[in-house]
Write a protein that binds this ligand. Structure first.
Ligand SMILES: NC(=O)C1=CN([C@@H]2O[C@H](COP(=O)(O)OP(=O)(O)OC[C@H]3O[C@@H](n4cnc5c(N)ncnc54)[C@H](OP(=O)(O)O)[C@@H]3O)[C@@H](O)[C@H]2O)C=CC1
Ligand SMILES: CC(C)(CO)C(=O)C(=O)O
Length: 309
């Protein structure tokens, strides 16, 4: 299976690197600076689940991209998606599967409109990873699952092939027949985690140590849950119980990747992860005070960042 990984950043570098490590036919679509870095230093993954240095990993830049790939693993940030869709278009043929692992949901609509819904799988990953200034991928926790599936819930021959290509890799591949619900479940959790850790500029443990921190977190989770329910994707009680447990765990160092981006003064996926959820609440958005506050805070950060640069 010819696999094109879009971007060799935190998630693309990790999952693409693991696929390459296991002998799969992987090429990274990268921009010039990352191409030079990878040619010089290799793709370096630091992980408590196994370090690896992959020297001279196969890369391609947009202008050189020719011929269809079997699978495109899409791992860019949402704000880069319009340009990425232009750049990856030559790699998408009639049989190509596009597997996005972005947080949120809106990218599905954009990909459907550009490439046709029949080419777009559902997907998500659970991992905490970051790319440092030297281009090293740091895996920060013990999770590294990549879940994917047909959005109509079928176990098609093509997704079985993806699963087979991922067998034996050093991450957890999961073929799901409920991928849309899985994506909504993760979105509810992630929007809560990103919203609260950015708002409080702190990981979970410090929020739990603050008066009212737990209450604010649970209120935000409930706001996100209400939007999912309104859109026909209410999380189950067990999913919610797990989310509550993780979001309020005493002593937990967990924070969202959005908080890491924000603390570094970088771009953030405010509209994609939090704004789009609020937009899907329609008229009820008025009553979602914590979700609206979290979004207003992220937009204020963006406005300040834009003014300063
Ligand atoms: N990091 C995490 O722990 C997690 C992230 N996610 C989600 O995964 C998605 C990706 O996040 P993450 O991996 O952290 O992001 P990163 O910013 O680390 O990686 C994205 C990469 O995409 C590359 N890129 C952007 N535009 C192009 C282009 N036109 N052509 C080629 N490459 C391009 C960037 O390359 P360049 O160096 O050239 O800018 C960058 O390295 C997001 O939606 C995020 O929310 C989900 C779970 C966990
Ligand atoms: C919540 C987490 C760590 C799970 O993968 C994530 O998606 C993120 O921080 O962006």
């Amino acid at each position: 299976m010819r696999i094109l990984v879009i971007g060799a950043g935190a998630t693309g570098g990790y999952f693409g690197g693991r696929l390459l490590e296991s002998g799969q036919d992987v090429t990274f679509l990268v921009r010039a600076a990352r191409a030079a870095q990878l040619a010089r230093d290799g793709l370096v993954i630091n992980s408590s689940l196994g370090n690896v240095v992959l020297s001279d990993p196969p890369t391609v830049q947009a202008a050189e991209l020719r011929g269809a790939f079997d699978l495109v693993l899409l791992s860019c940030k949402a704000y880069h998606l319009p340009q990425v869709m232009e750049d990856m278009a030559p790699a998408v043929g009639p049989q190509t599967m596009i597997l996005p692992i972005l947080n949120g949901m809106r990218h599905l609509d954009l990909l459907d409109a550009r490439f046709g819904p029949e080419r777009v799988l559902g997907g998500q990953c659970v991992i905490a990873a970051t790319l440092d200034a030297d281009g090293v991928v740091h895996h920060l926790n013990q999770s590294h699952s990549l879940t994917f599936g047909e959005r109509d819930g079928s176990r098609s021959e093509r997704v079985e092939r993806v699963l087979a290509a991922m067998s034996g890799v050093r991450f957890e591949p999961r073929l799901s027949i409920t991928i849309l619900q899985d994506m909504w479940d993760k979105w509810v959790f992630l929007a809560s985690l990103a919203g609260i850790t950015c708002l409080m500029r702190a990981p979970v443990r410090d929020i739990m140590a603050a008066p009212g921190g737990e209450q604010a977190t649970l209120q935000l989770l409930d706001d996100c849950r209400r939007v999912a329910e309104q859109n026909g994707h209410a999380p189950s009680e067990s999913v919610l119980a797990r989310a509550r447990g993780v979001l309020t765990e005493q002593g937990s160092a967990l924070s969202a990747s959005m908080m890491r981006d924000l603390e570094q003064g970088g771009l953030i996926e405010a509209d994609h992860v939090v704004g789009d959820l609020l937009a899907r609440a329609g008229q009820s958005a008025e009553s979602l005070i914590m979700l609206r506050t979290a979004y207003a805070h992220l937009k204020a950060y963006e406005a300040r960042r834009a003014r300063r640069s």
